[in-house]
Write a protein that binds this ligand. Sequence first.
Ligand SMILES: NC(=O)c1ccc[n+]([C@@H]2O[C@H](COP(=O)([O-])OP(=O)(O)OC[C@H]3O[C@@H](n4cnc5c(N)ncnc54)[C@H](O)[C@@H]3O)[C@@H](O)[C@H]2O)c1
Length: 263
Amino acid sequence: MKDAAVVTGGASGIGEACAQRFAALGHAVAILDVEDDKGTAAAARINDEGGHARFYSCDVADADAVNEAAERIAQDMGPAAVLVTSAALIPDTEAILDMDMARHERMWQVNYHGTLHACIAFGRQMREMQRGAIVTLGSINSMMPLPLPAYNPGKVAIARLTQLLAVELGQHGVRVNSVAPTYVMTEGLQDKIASGLRDAGKIMAPHALATLPNAVDIADAVAFLCSDQAACITGVLLPVDAGWAAGVSYKSYAGGVPWDPPS
Ligand SMILES: NC(=O)c1ccc[n+]([C@@H]2O[C@H](COP(=O)([O-])OP(=O)(O)OC[C@H]3O[C@@H](n4cnc5c(N)ncnc54)[C@H](O)[C@@H]3O)[C@@H](O)[C@H]2O)c1
């Protein structure tokens, strides 16, 4: 059994795909989430398939709870050599002048501070071991302004935190990177498309590729960044965006479509 891999937000979506991937790679996997039933079921699915996973009920916004979970995990499966911070609240668009400040605060507590709490608790274990890999979940929101006033700057802050940690922990043999997915075809997005809250055609339009990643595509990138093949990669933001960053700018200019010049 390889060292422990910890996935916050591992009860569903991208986090669950990462938990499954690290279990398949032979790690003991700790899933941290607030959704007890989903988290227990996600761990059970991994164990049923011959992996080794355990669910820890934990609100990542609560630093004490994260530290407590880190201690229990170290006792149960040893110190973490891998951390993926996937826990987040994902909002709908809103205007800054009309936003609900309580919801804004909570989103920062979960998305930014939750990432920070996990990086501190498990980063200390990695510093002690003098090895490890952390991948934070960024987004296309880490790269460009999108109308999500708490979520968008939070993902920018996570990208900067990732760079700071990469430098601080590099001397201890710990690498810290971020992935930046575009819209991912999770159950959540499929439900929004089905209920008319999102338009699949409009979502897809800016991308270079005529496809969107699924959760496994993101887990592939995360696993790569934690692997020996990425031994010299740290402090990077890796877009897994089907060409969104290139396309959104390119296609904004005159529609971005080559045309026949007027004769
Ligand atoms: N789905 C996308 O299109 C997309 C795109 C770019 C980035 N991301 C990022 O990927 C990550 C995962 O997104 P997802 O689509 O899998 O979302 P998801 O909602 O399926 O998963 C998020 C998980 O975090 C958990 N969570 C929420 N608050 C928590 C808290 N306080 N403590 C512990 N766990 C908590 C939820 O219960 C859930 O299981 C997020 O960081 C998100 O910002 C998602």
